[in-house]
Design a protein around this ligand. Sequence first.
Ligand SMILES: C[S@@+](CC[C@H](N)C(=O)[O-])C[C@H]1O[C@@H](n2cnc3c(N)ncnc32)[C@H](O)[C@@H]1O
Length: 300
Amino acid sequence: MLKIAREIAKTLLPKSTIYSIKRQREEKRFQKYTQEKLELNYRLVDSGFAPPKELIAKTAAFNEQELDRQSNNDVYFETGYWEILRLFQILEHFSINPRTIGSIYELGCGTARLLRHFRCIEGVRLVGSDVNPEMIEWCQQNLPEIEFYRNELKPPLAFAEDNSFDLMLASSVFTHIPLNTQELWLAEMQRILRPGGIFICSVLGKFHASTLLGNQQLQELETEGSFTLTSKDSNATYSTRLGGSGWDVIQTRAEVIRVFGSYFHIIDYIPGVQDFLVLLKSNPAVSVVINPVPFPAQKF
Ligand SMILES: C[S@@+](CC[C@H](N)C(=O)[O-])C[C@H]1O[C@@H](n2cnc3c(N)ncnc32)[C@H](O)[C@@H]1O
């Protein structure tokens, strides 16, 4: 009954109202969850400003048809809250207490759609970097509590010392890093993560293969393990065609395990619209008990 009422409301309400309702729902869920888990380490923070639409489009637009929705401010915050809550839930699934996290680094932070929400952890050091100077300038001007740096297309990250971060993220970034530099970046991420630290990152797997690639390209993906679309390819994502990045890199699960598994211990591979990897930098001094139950896949 409630479902029917919701469907009817959807057809009657303006889209902007629906987007706003969904954003508020996700914001409340995130605040409730983090307040409960962080207890005394919780800090109530607002969402911060929304970036200009052109910057959202360069980081979050899958196709032209849905551009209006995907570059809407409320949708930007809704997806940010949804994804950051899921990251907290992944940490909980692997018994990682967010109160023990002292430093977080995000590679390819874009407009800090995700990183900004970690401000709710009292006293945490937050660092983001991106190859795109427009994103970093906007972040530096609008999110003064976070350290932002521009990085080059290839490592090293001059601002980051060895073993300096407890948690690292790269959401929708290795998805745009060409294969010849992926391993350089994995080695760099391994260098700056502390032993026993967790690195959560995403790759483009089955969902993007079936949505973006034609039959011949799919065959090549199967035989080679990866397929790269450039910003000039008409079937690349809209963000990539706009110049948000140069490439969309699609990889088979076996190839991802081979490449990422050479640098980290893969503790989970979570299928979804983007597949998420939970990577651990082993620490010989600490025996980590890994949850043998996989984190639930994202439905799509
Ligand atoms: C799809 S956006 C995702 C942005 C952000 N992680 C988010 O989830 O909203 C991809 C981002 O990765 C950045 N990027 C691509 N290659 C990079 C590299 N080698 N180093 C740092 N950033 C990179 C792009 O500039 C862009 O901001």
